[in-house]
Write a protein that binds this ligand. Sequence first.
Ligand code: HEC
Length: 169
Amino acid sequence: MVRTITSRMLLAAALVAGLAACGNETPAEQAPADAVPAAGAPSAIKERQDNFKAIGKAFKAVRAELEKDTPDFGVISTNANEINTLGAKIEGYFPAGTSVEDGYKTEALPAIWAKPEEFKAANQKLLDESAKLSTVAADGDKAAVTAQVMALGGACKGCHEKFRVDDEK
Ligand code: HEC
């Protein structure tokens, strides 16, 4: 008997919940039409932003090391390799239709798709400069490492200036 009552109560609760769900459907909960994604688009955007965040973190670790009187060049080399590995994944994170003009919360400019060769070159620069930093760090010369970190930073900046929304204005 107890079992019957319980399942009836559950059924009733489910019905109420179901009705409530229908009744509560307000326009505010619906995504605007222009934000309706091509399949997989939002996950690609999230993955690429997470990837850039990780690149940012690794670059920060490099710069933090350089601020020390005696930098740990092993840490710099490791993070340069990390940037190189993450940098190689960038091109896979930009499916068509995922720019800021497609209605997404992203800083990716349409130029990425309009000038694919330039974007690819900017990405390649990141790979080249990070690989070079890893090599230079192995020699343990702070001045040389500093110069190469500047060059790597230039690779970030070079791409951001052309292909990322400038939100620092
Ligand atoms: C080939 C182009 C390119 C290169 C090279 C590049 N970035 Fe970016 N970066 C972008 C784009 C495009 C975005 C915006 C992504 C988005 O919002 O979907 C971005 C976003 C970011 C973000 C913000 C991530 C977030 O959503 O919070 C950080 C941090 C970042 N980049 C750091 C760096 C650093 C550090 C370097 C160099 C070591 C670098 N990037 C090199 C293109 C590049």
